[in-house]
Design a protein around this ligand. Structure first.
Ligand code: SF4
Length: 228
């Protein structure tokens, strides 16, 4: 297994520009720029909520407006009313619900000492999972890309790509995939960020649910599904 995982990571290391096309920026292990070019941990948290069921292009435009208004900061969001925020994030799906959730999340983060305070908590993941609108994938994305805590997000793409490449069936459960992948992958911020960005990219572009485009896929040389 270790050798296959190393080969997969090697393929991911070579994706570079391909990741950029789908909104991921390869950078240093502690950089927030991986997450759609986010310039701060605050921007990762804010966009992690806004991007749910919304295209990245739309979120990018909204983030631009938030930057101009200096609302790309958790402390500033916490001081804003949900009504005012809903107006500013026009274009994002479910903006009224998200505005309420984002303001509440921001206030809860401020109450524990901001993102630094959150990072130093012993139960960061539980704290995040207790927030409205924060599921497991969002919680792990915030931990990895905003707080630099190595916690691997599991998306539908992660399950599809790894089940086909490795020829394994772990079902659809989040924790079974998370447990397995965190066991076999090196516990490393750079690798976790690279793996998440790569599986989302490959899952969107090649590893389609029906008729995957194996002939064009960068993983074809190592994928069990492709050589069946
Ligand atoms: S080679 Fe085919 S099945 Fe394997 S990851 Fe790529 S697209 Fe998916």
């Amino acid at each position: 297994m270790r050798e296959v995982i190393e080969r997969i990571i090697d393929v991911f290391r070579g994706l570079g520009n391909e990741l950029r096309r789908t909104g991921w920026f390869v950078d240093g292990p502690e950089s927030t720029r991986w997450w759609g070019g986010a310039e701060s941990p605050d921007e990762v948290v804010i966009t992690a909520i806004l991007v749910q069921q919304t295209r990245w292009e739309v979120v990018g435009e909204v983030l631009g407006r938030l930057r101009v208004l200096d609302l790309n900061k958790i402390e500033r969001i916490a001081e804003t009313s949900p009504e005012a925020l809903a107006d500013i994030i026009k274009g994002v799906n479910y903006r009224f619900t998200k505005a309420v959730r984002l303001v509440k999340l921001a206030r809860n983060i401020v109450s524990v000492g901001g993102l630094e305070g959150l990072r130093s908590m012993s139960n960061v993941r539980d704290f995040l999972l207790n927030q409205d609108g924060v599921g497991e994938e969002t919680a792990d994305s915030i931990m990895l890309f905003a707080l630099n805590i190595p916690s691997l997000p599991i998306s539908q793409y992660t399950k599809r790509v790894f089940s086909r490449v490795l020829g394994i069936d772990l079902g659809n459960g989040y924790s079974s995939w998370k447990g397995f992948l965190e066991e076999v992958l090196p516990r490393d911020l750079y690798i976790y960020k690279l793996v998440h960005a790569s599986v989302v990219t490959i899952g969107k572009q090649y590893c389609l649910p029906q008729k995957p485009l194996c002939n064009q896929c960068p993983l074809r040389g190592v994928c069990k599904y492709a050589v069946r």
